[in-house]
Design a binder for this molecule. Structure first.
Ligand SMILES: [Zn+2]
Ligand SMILES: [Zn+2]
Length: 393
């Protein structure tokens, strides 16, 4: 690395292993947030707030006088774990049965703590303010970010950086050059109400399985016949529940839909088409439908200037072979709650790829971040913050 500041490598491993051993589910990050607060206070950071019960922000203010208005950059780490039983074999395996850090948020916490330690040591060298956002509940709707925003964590913030580890070469930083870095995610539950009847007397009922089957076919035309071919949209019926025994035609069937879009107009169109198809297919058969629409996270829309800054900072910080670009991710992330309010960038950090023996993606029971990625994360976040606070470039 080309950075001149020392990186606390032993601390990074200690923090990461502690958080990994003690994973907590979304909205339940009580011990994690207490641990983060204690570690920050041990560094001498005391401008700490708890916007919600299990989230935290901390400000590090530079000691140089600002030449213009004081700039503030926010760096965000999510802290929650998943309800997944971790694969065997890790020395610091999860001690919370059925819960584990298989999305790598343990690495995010360690990286942001490391960045805090470095920036605290560098306070005499910069003007402006760094706000550390330790966010709860990224993995579970409605997400923690929106509550943090409602509690005012973006007040006075000029820009925001998010970072996620993924299955790629250790330490490789991929800057997403598409403005849309992740998709919007919505869900719909469609309940079809027919009329149950004896399995031998189908004429006496309205079969919700027939209606539902036709509807599944119709739903698949939303993407193929309504969305421009170069747009990214997924509409997947992922749940179909109906019936229990073979001699009864059931009263109801239920379809669950997973919907991903990048464009706001496509998102609205999909919703309109789901309602129209469900209501009309049901009506054609004399059945009724009710739809429970669950809006999920918005797409992350990055700022062009922040993308360019990230590419420049990567060049100035990392060796050539650890710099890459990528297209948007089909997953969804509530970093959008920050990114869609202040100019932001969402970075991808390699935490071990196939060439290093890591073969599974985030959320797999055996996913884990290689500790070798942590110093790179600290170097990039620190360099980005210092570059932003130094002013326009
Ligand atoms: Zn995840
Ligand atoms: Zn994640």
């Amino acid at each position: 690395m080309k950075t001149e500041f020392p990186i606390p490598e032993e601390d990074l491993v200690r923090w990461r292993r502690h958080v990994h051993r003690h994973p907590e589910l979304s909205f339940c990050e009580h011990k994690t947030v207490a641990y983060v607060e204690a570690e920050l206070r041990a560094m001498g950071i005391d401008e700490i707030r708890r916007p919600t019960e299990t989230s935290l922000t901390a400000d590090i203010t530079g000691m140089l006088p600002a030449t213009g208005p004081v700039r503030t950059i926010a760096l965000r780490a999510d802290m929650d774990a998943l309800p997944v039983e971790e694969a065997e074999g890790l020395e610091f395996r999860s001690e919370n049965p059925g819960v584990s850090h298989v999305c790598g948020h343990d690495a995010h916490v360690a990286i942001l703590l490391g960045t805090a330690k470095v920036l605290t040591a560098l306070r005499s060298t910069f003007a402006g303010r760094v706000r550390l956002i330790f966010q709860h509940a990224e993995e579970s709707l409605p997400g923690g970010a929106r509550d943090m925003v409602a509690a005012g964590v973006l007040e006075g913030v000029d820009a925001c950086v998010g970072l996620h580890v993924w299955n790629d070469r250790i330490g490789r930083l991929s800057v997403c050059t598409d403005r849309v870095a992740t998709t919007a995610s919505d869900a719909a539950w469609i309940t079809i109400e027919g009329r149950g009847t004896h399995g031998s007397m189908p004429h006496a009922g309205i079969d919700p399985i027939v209606v539902g089957s036709e509807l599944v076919g119709a739903l698949h035309t939303i993407v193929s016949r309504n969305i421009a071919p170069d747009h990214f949209v997924v509409v997947s019926p992922t749940v179909f529940e109906a019936g229990k025994v073979v001699n009864v035609i059931p009263q109801t069937a239920r379809i669950g839909l997973n919907i991903r879009t990048k464009d706001a107009d496509d998102r609205a169109l999909v919703r309109e088409r789901v309602y129209a198809l469900a209501e009309h297919v049901a009506a054609a058969h004399g059945a009724k439908v009710t739809i429970d629409w669950q809006s999920g996270y918005d797409a992350i829309v990055q700022d062009e200037g922040m993308i360019a800054r990230a590419q420049r900072v990567a060049k100035e910080t990392l060796p050539e072979h650890l710099i890459a670009t990528r297209t948007g991710w089909t997953a969804s992330e509530d970093f959008s709650a920050f990114a869609n309010r202040v100019p932001s960038v969402y970075l991808f950090l390699g935490a071990g790829g196939p060439e290093e023996g890591y073969h599974v993606q985030n959320h797999h029971p055996a996913f884990r971040a290689d500790e070798g990625c942590l110093p790179y994360g600290v170097a990039v976040e620190t360099a980005f913050a210092l570059d932003f606070l130094a002013g326009e470039r």
